[in-house]
Ligand binder design. Structure first.
Ligand SMILES: [Zn+2]
Length: 352
């Protein structure tokens, strides 16, 4: 007859084994091996970020991959958000969504073309757009940082979820795990840009809280789940980690809501996508974040002369943690025309 200590030992070994192989949300052995080989072949990242909201868009993007690879793209950030056939939370699926089979096919085709595919859910902020509240808060209004406030989303930019509601992470981690599995990914982009509603007076948990600590808490909980638990590389937008006043940036591309102190409260292995869409001669947040010890991936958009300016500034940074350039499109170009879009054509091929 086994002793209590014996049973505890067996239970402990079983738990340890479960945490290693095939844990939900951890990259497959194939994904990890492919990602390792990709990193060896690709010292610079020539990226393209776009929304993939429907199965049709996933298929269009798949057809476009050879042309994207030919123009130099070697990373795609696919912002799926809630537009996926989620099994853990089917209530979040919109009318049109990407299926697991479409995600798998897209990843397989991306690998054939040497492109690393990284899925994204925009987390924390951006939970509404104009009058439309996105599925997470529409279906779970109890997760809202300002529950019952701002009818019709009038007077606000976007809703946020509450970073201190433990039920939010339980839900969202199930979603990130499903996307990592479906896209057979070894990296994940958590978004987190333009979070304006934080430490709200309308949240009983966060009222009076320090925005930098609350923002860092959200980042650190994603890091614990994605990176520490699952060995998934983590990317995020950088705007809440830089101060608008110190950098001379707008309140969208940098913070005026006191989150920037979070930069010293989060792990340095997170890749920071530092977006700037205006033409300037200097982009001081880029050397600032590099100096903090992060890998930095500057992100450009339009107009073309602004994309050129950021690209040239990025090239001037002689730091091994400078990754390359990420082009965003924000719906301004149709998927079949991506590879001919001037900001992509003019900036990405120069990164070798
Ligand atoms: Zn809250």
């Amino acid at each position: 007859m086994k002793t209590l200590a014996g049973w505890l030992l067996i239970a402990g070994l079983a738990l340890a084994a479960g945490a290693q192989a095939g844990a939900a949300g951890a990259p497959s052995a194939e994904a990890a091996a492919w990602g390792k080989a990709w990193r060896t072949r690709n010292p610079v990242w020539r990226g393209l970020h776009l929304a993939v909201d429907t199965g049709r868009q996933a298929e269009q993007l798949q057809a476009e991959l050879p042309r994207l690879a030919a123009v130099g793209v070697n990373v795609l950030i696919a912002e799926v958000d809630y537009s996926f056939d989620f099994q853990s939370h089917p209530e979040l699926r919109p009318a049109q969504y990407v299926t697991r089979a479409q995600a798998r096919a897209l990843t397989a085709a991306a690998r054939t073309n040497g492109i690393r595919l990284i899925p994204e859910i925009n987390c924390l902020g951006h939970q509404s757009w104009a009058a439309n509240t996105l599925p997470l808060l529409a279906k779970h209004p109890e997760f809202d940082e300002t529950p019952g406030q701002h009818p019709g989303n009038q007077g606000i930019y976007c809703r946020s979820w509450c970073p201190q509601n433990p039920a939010v992470n339980e839900c969202v981690f199930a979603l990130t795990d499903e996307l990592v599995e479906a896209f057979d990914a070894d990296a994940f982009h958590v978004g987190m840009d333009e979070v304006f509603i934080l430490a709200s007076e309308f949240c009983p948990r966060c009222r009076g809280g320090d925005p930098a600590r609350l923002f860092a808490r959200a980042v650190n909980e994603f890091h614990a789940h994605l990176v520490e638990r699952n060995q998934v590389e983590m990317l995020m937008w950088a705007d809440r980690l830089i101060g608008a006043k110190a950098t001379g940036n707008s309140e969208w591309e940098a913070a005026i809501n006191h989150t920037e102190g979070a930069v010293d409260l989060i792990p340095k292995d997170i890749i920071l996508c530092d977006w700037h869409y205006g033409k300037r001669t200097e982009y001081p947040s880029v050397p600032y974040l590099l100096g903090k010890g992060f890998r930095v991936w500057p992100a450009a958009w339009q107009p073309l002369d602004a994309a050129r300016a950021l690209n040239e500034f990025a090239h001037r940074q002689k730091d091994p943690r400078m990754l390359g350039l990420l082009c965003t499109v924000w719906g301004k170009v149709r998927i079949p025309e991506l590879a001919a879009w001037p900001p992509v054509v003019e900036t990405l091929p120069g990164w070798r």
